[in-house]
Design a protein. Sequence first.
Length: 498
Amino acid sequence: MSSTYETFIEMVRQIGRLESVESLLDWDQETKMPPNGLNARAEQLSTLARLVHEHRTSPELGEALQDLNGQSDDPVRATNIRETRRLYDRAVKVPADLVAKIASVSAHAKSAWAVARKDSNFAAFAPHLDELLKLKCEVADLVGHNGDRYDALLSEFEPGAKAEEIANVFAELRGPLSEFVSQIAAASTRPDPAIITRHFPWAAQEQFARTLATAIGFDFQSGRLDASVHPFCSGTTPNDVRLTTRYIENFFNCAIFGTLHEAGHGVYEQGFDEKHMFTPMGSAISLGIHESQSRMWENLVGRSRGFWKHFYPLCQTQFPDSLSDVSMDAFYGAINAVQPSFIRVEADEVTYNLHIILRFELEREMIAGRLAVNDVPEAWNTKTKELLGLTPSNDAEGCLQDIHWSMGTFGYFPTYALGNLYAAQFFATARNAIPDLDDRIARGDFKTLLDWLRENIYRHGQRYTATELVEVVTGSPLSVTPFIQYVRAKFSPVYGLE
Ligand code: ZN
């Protein structure tokens, strides 16, 4: 038994190592690679994707899984067997040629998207999107589903989740959120968000962003921070976690909260047990759970009054020209201003989920074959009007703003909204467990919360599914209530609402 498991886990680690090389090449493509490196990079990524796929579907791994028979009393072994089995069962249904082709097509599509977005030229990206959409639909049909093709794609990012269930959660969320957005729009007390569009020099932003990331527990001996068009966190091992951010000199929020967001992903990645490196026990459960950590550190902690009670004096010295005449209250209001806007990554906490509902609804139509790629810009604009009351003036601030579709990651967006909901539910539980949590944050003590998260979430790797983890940690299944309560409690005072 033991030797079968040892042989098995070494095969699993090999896959994990190859995948970490893939993510390192992806990181490099987004941050450092010269433009002419693209063709070779597409070949490298395609070869690696094929190699990973061959390992994931190897007869030896299949036999080992058969021999182990899904059985183990040890939770670590049981987790590694269960998750490897899940991925094996999925991967064997998809031919290696198709996997390699998607990797190559998406490397080119990502590059075409970056140019199309810069020029706001959807037509230049449309053929890439169309090709990727067809390829991913092919994958979904091969993987199999119960009539809803979206489920097969969603399960790649949020194992076990169903589109219909997510649609129901979003239906519960939409009413209360829209109502609250309307109340805010009609409020007579309003913060002045213009403060955060003053001048904030790049170098000072970078220095301050690093200070904040370090303060919440991101270890720069085991990680990096670089600039990229689309911010992300790429965790290769707990000791090598790459964050990226985007600097806009006349917009404070982008790099500062963007870095806190990615550092939130980063502390989760750094919180995995090193001895489980390259195995499911040392990996994230789902993108929704991953996002719960980034959103918690970015928003529930990073946009809280206590956080800025601690950091605002330093922030003022960092940006004296723009902030020395701004009170803490005015600053707190400005970073928490609620304003329907075009760009998801810059959206406030209240309207953010509406951006996700928009993408989820469009993706479902595209995947079901009811929305053609050429009609996406118009459908995007119609939904933006319906959900946010705005009409994008070009596709760069509309359907070209996100990188995800260029990577072929359809079914990814809902994990962002799930992350917001999980974050609120976890944070409510942390507050009960640590009664003086808000005071601790205001004193600059983030370690108490980080330790709680490490103990209750990070160290478990994939031991629980997302659904199980929420129940284990909070004692209840996923609910929209903690999120609705959180936004109402936080934003009502900002807008003088009761
Ligand atoms: Zn994120």
